[in-house]
Design a binder for this molecule. Structure first.
Ligand code: UT7
Length: 324
């Protein structure tokens, strides 16, 4: 027998305001054509003034709890992946813990930028399999719009705000790839590339939050190679074949990167969950937002194999393979 982290449910939340490419073209020197062709993005959601990362996270968490038929008090571990916390400290996760009525256990933030959800999921899975947690909420939530320089067309067109969440619960399996639950996770980082995608502020440096800077081409080049390696690691470690994968739920940074991973797995385009056109890149929120959409509209069915992969600043990257 093997202890497994079963994926019970998923939830998501998007702020109401939508900013289209045409809206952006009025602010910076860009066009709908450039953004659509280079990235696949058509629009993004933007948090309202005063609407915080914790607010987005609470909405997504409550929806995930509702779909699982659970309450906050039933959760004993909460992991919030975010790069845009409400405050430098305490962890935004503790605010979410209080607001969903989670009385015991523990809550913490995980920072791996766009890979944050995969890092959070891997952390939760390991705590569950070690027997140190029974039911976990893993949330990815971002108000990335707050760390964008709205005059920099290289970055401001790429990102959006949102949140997604999943509930995991300890269960038993046989220890094979036929089990339900998280089958494997693989995490990587390489600080050699710290300055290829970063924010030029922070408590210890400038005492300000700072703005995003990215060497887009360099990040793109590494993303394609690193994500392919993370996908290969998942397939090899689970002892499956690429065509056993039913769904790819990738981080949504660039449509061209998403397509290259879908092609690598020889997946039919409809088996790749794509939200980038409507959400843009929501960093740690992008995978759980996409996952919640495909689980809750009935595309992803119980028993199917779902592969997730992400890459972000650091660089950090990783993959997670789950049988839903
Ligand atoms: O989530 C974390 C991981 N992030 C990623 O994986 C992102 C990876 N990188 C990318 O997705 C792409 O590199 C971008 C979408 C960011 C950029 O696409 P690109 O095809 O690599 O374009 P580029 O940076 O080489 O820029 C091409 C041209 C430049 O003009 P010149 O120098 O060729 O005259 C840019 O100045 O496009 C220009 N440009 C723009 N033009 C119109 C850059 N941003 C814009 C813009 N509108 N918003």
């Amino acid at each position: 027998m093997a202890r497994r982290s079963l994926l019970l449910s998923a939830g998501s939340y998007l702020p109401k305001e939508i900013l289209t490419n045409a809206d952006l073209a009025k602010r910076v020197d860009t066009t709908d054509d450039w953004i659509s062709q280079r990235t696949g993005i058509k629009q993004r959601h933007i948090a309202a003034p005063g609407e915080l990362t914790s607010d987005l996270a609470v909405h997504a968490a409550e929806q995930a709890l509702h779909h699982a038929g659970l309450r906050g008090a039933d959760i004993d571990m909460l992991i919030l992946a975010t790069t845009t916390p409400d405050h430098t400290f305490p962890a935004t996760a503790t605010k979410v813990q209080q607001r969903i009525g989670m009385k015991g256990g523990f809550a913490m933030d995980v920072q791996a930028v766009c890979s944050g959800f995969v890092f959070g999921l891997a952390t939760a899975d390991n705590f569950i399999r070690a027997g140190q947690a029974h039911r976990a909420l893993v949330i990815g939530a971002e108000t990335f719009s707050r760390i964008l320089d709205w005059k920099d067309r290289n970055t401001c067109v790429l990102f959006g705000d949102g949140a997604g969440a999943v509930v995991l619960e300890a269960g038993e399996g046989d220890g094979t790839s036929k089990d339900r639950g998280v089958l494997c996770t693989h995490l990587f980082s390489d600080g050699t590339y710290y300055d290829k995608l970063y924010v030029d502020g922070g408590p210890s440096t400038t005492q300000t939050a700072g703005f995003v800077h990215m060497e887009g081409k360099e990040v793109f080049r590494h993303a394609v190679v690193n994500l392919a390696a993370a996908v290969d690691a998942a397939i090899a470690s689970a002892g499956i074949k690429a065509d056993d994968v039913d769904w790819l739920v990738p981080h949504q940074a660039n449509r061209r990167i998403i397509d290259s991973m879908g092609n690598k797995l020889k997946l039919a385009p409809e088996k790749v969950v794509v939200t980038i056109d409507r959400h843009a890149n929501t960093s740690a929120a992008s995978i759980p937002l996409a996952l919640a959409e495909a689980v809750n509209d009935g595309r992803i069915q119980r028993g199917q194999l779902v592969l997730m992969e992400a890459m972000g600043g650091g660089f950090t990257w990783g993959s997670a393979l789950i049988r839903y």
